[in-house]
Write a new protein. Structure first.
Length: 630
């Protein structure tokens, strides 16, 4: 029998922990600590859950009635994860600088007033120059009347926009959850550690191998952190060695930035990835390097962006999303048929949302988002296409996380806004549409802290802990609302107190692109189109081969995720995790997997715990510390 788990106590704790974690994330950005929301498993949320679990064990011993249940811990983990995703490096921490950038940096030389600022709605960006000056300089606060007066309209508009984005994601997850988790039985590797930490019996802490892994990772990051502060203390790694700098001759120097470094938490995450994906991640990472060298040798180095890896990966994500929906087609057909004919069905009994409501939610949400664009002056057709592509990418990310647990999925500078302009050029779009696309850079610069897979993983945890899905969905909506409010308010206030600093560069990236689009219109980039076609064809081929040959080792998801900036950082660690798991299964078999899993859980926990200590210490001392997460 499912338990609700959504108690007032769990909601109150979530409401307290959400702003604390957003403050952690916000001031971590200010003082340049490890960014919590750049890998699939957020270290700040895991550390928070670990601390709650330890406190809960004490309560179970001394005050059993006050102890939290596993269901309550799941609610807290899921809600804080979603809120952290909103406040993370790839959403609010980009959106706020984007809102603050265009009017402040407009000059007669860049002609922004003439190009796109004239006639821009006052709720799209902050135009009060004294308020923006205080944001740049610091030593102020958001919570004074002149600053609040300048920000409340853009905050209300964009806050509502982000909330609707997350509502549509929740509706999509509600439609696919049953088929993905119960029928297809996807493994959800990312939830394995949170699942252990929501066990109120503390079984994980009684495993010696877990403590061995914990100690190894903790010592590793403690020594490296001390070395950062006191260079006389020897370090044991933790730094990146760029192989690309050592290769100077053409065409081999085309491999570019190639960092080498092994991080315990990443080795731990890689251990829980299926072997074929882990192998495919590092294999296709090398494949992309070979492509770069081959493009340089063939003379394509003079073509900007060649060999168009971002475009190939974007197409791969979309193709994987299409395959995921195709695999769910019978389920979705029954849902659509019941909704169309008004047939009452028990298919959605106990699901996160009634299917009819979820369908209406997707349609209404996309309509509201499109109307937001139209109200800003953008054309409705490209706006609608943008959101179809965006939620397609979101679905692809959700499926990759659910099935394979990829530790990263950033897709840097590869959002639908960029790819639409690559496909048809800037000429077909009016300046208002292009201007809005510049603002959309705020949630398409990268997709590392995407909220949709965290919603879905919360549902998986609910399944494992026998929670009521419908109650969970309301808790996730509350988390989205609180996340939007606190992320906008606390992050903006942090900028006002300490200055926006280097974060202004994110706004510069968005509007420098827009200036180029408007000042120098361009047509279709046929090289980019061919690259997208190649990425789709390669994904189809890899998928087809996997269905035909059981031994086929190449996974299409590895092709999609390995071309990213973040994979460059983690690839050596993924290789080590893959190698250790391969040796373990070859010589120890599946009977050795579960005991070994505790060791790798310990690697993640030890690294996240000591890394959290350095992060919190750096925020407290207002200085940069050792970044355990590159």
């Amino acid at each position: 029998m499912a338990r609700s788990g959504v108690t007032w106590r769990a909601l109150l704790l979530s409401a307290v922990l959400i702003p604390i974690n957003i403050l952690w994330d916000s001031y971590g950005l200010i003082w340049r600590q490890s960014h919590p929301a750049t890998v699939s498993l957020f270290y700040n949320v895991v550390f928070t859950l670990l601390a709650l679990n330890v406190l809960n064990l004490l309560l179970r011993k001394w005050a059993p009635r006050a102890a939290l249940t596993s269901a309550e811990l799941v609610i807290i983990y899921a809600t804080v994860s979603v809120a952290t995703a909103i406040g993370g490096l790839d959403l609010m921490q980009v959106l706020i600088p984007v809102m603050a950038h265009p009017f402040y940096f407009a000059t007669p030389e860049n002609r922004w007033e003439e190009l796109f600022l004239k006639g821009m709605p006052d709720w799209l960006a902050v135009s009060d120059l004294p308020a923006l000056e205080r944001l740049q300089d610091g030593d102020s606060t958001l919570f004074i009347q002149p600053n609040l007066a300048a920000w409340w309209r853009p905050m209300l508009a964009w806050g509502g926009f982000v909330f609707v984005l997350l509502f549509v994601m929740l509706c999509i997850n509600a439609l696919v959850r049953k088929q993905w988790t119960e029928d297809a039985k996807l493994s959800f590797p990312i939830v394995e550690l949170p699942l252990q930490l929501t066990d109120v019996t503390g079984a994980l802490f009684r495993r010696k191998l877990m403590w061995a892994g914990f100690a190894l990772a903790a010592i590793y990051d403690a020594l490296n952190g001390l070395h950062y502060l006191f260079p006389q203390v020897p370090n044991v790694g933790g730094e990146l060695y760029d192989l690309g700098r050592q290769i100077r001759g053409a065409p081999w120097n085309a491999i570019g930035w190639t960092p080498l470094g092994v991080f315990p938490f990443a080795v731990g995450l890689a251990f829980f990835i299926p072997l074929d994906l882990a192998f495919s991640c590092w294999f296709f990472y090398l494949f992309w390097k070979v492509q770069r060298v081959a493009a340089g040798a063939a003379g394509f180095g003079i073509v900007p962006s060649a060999p168009f890896i971002n475009e190939q990966c974007f197409a791969a994500y979309l193709t994987l999303a299409v395959f995921a929906l195709w695999a769910t087609r019978r389920h979705l057909h029954r849902v659509l048929s019941d909704a169309w004919h008004g047939t009452k069905s028990h298919m959605d009994a106990g699901e996160p949302l009634p299917y009819t409501l979820a369908l209406i939610g997707v349609a209404a949400g996309v309509l509201l988002l499109t109307l937001f664009c139209v109200a800003s002056g953008a054309a409705w057709a490209p706006s609608l296409i943008f959101f179809i592509l965006y939620f397609g990418i979101s679905t692809g990310i959700g499926r990759i996380r659910a099935e394979l647990g990829s530790p990263v999925h950033d897709l840097h500078f590869s959002g639908p806004d960029t790819m639409m302009l690559q496909a048809v050029g800037t000429v077909p779009f009016d300046k208002r549409t292009l201007s809005l696309f510049a603002f959309f850079f705020s949630f398409n610069r990268a997709h590392r802290s995407h909220a949709m897979p965290h919603q879905l993983e919360g549902m998986k945890l609910a399944e494992r802990r026998r929670l009521d899905y419908r109650a969970l969905s309301w808790a996730l909506l509350l988390a989205a609302l609180l996340g939007v409010i606190f992320a906008l308010g606390l992050q903006t206030d942090a900028f006002y107190r300490h200055g926006i600093g280097g974060s202004a560069g994110k706004g510069k990236q968005a509007f420098s692109r827009l200036q180029t689009w408007l000042a120098a219109p361009r047509g279709t980039n046929w090289y980019a189109c061919l690259a997208m076609l190649a990425g789709a064809v390669m994904t189809i081929f890899l998928t087809w081969m996997r269905t035909r040959l059981p031994w086929w080792p190449f996974h299409p998801a590895g092709f999609a995720v390995s071309g990213s900036w973040s994979m460059s950082l983690l690839c050596p660690s993924i290789f080590v995790g893959w190698l250790l798991k391969t040796i373990l299964l070859r010589y120890g078999g599946m009977t050795s997997f579960r005991p070994a899993a505790s060791f790798f859980h310990g690697l993640i926990l030890g690294s996240f715990s000591v890394g959290s200590f350095w992060s919190i210490l750096g925020i407290a001392l207002k200085r940069q510390m050792y970044n355990f997460l590159p």
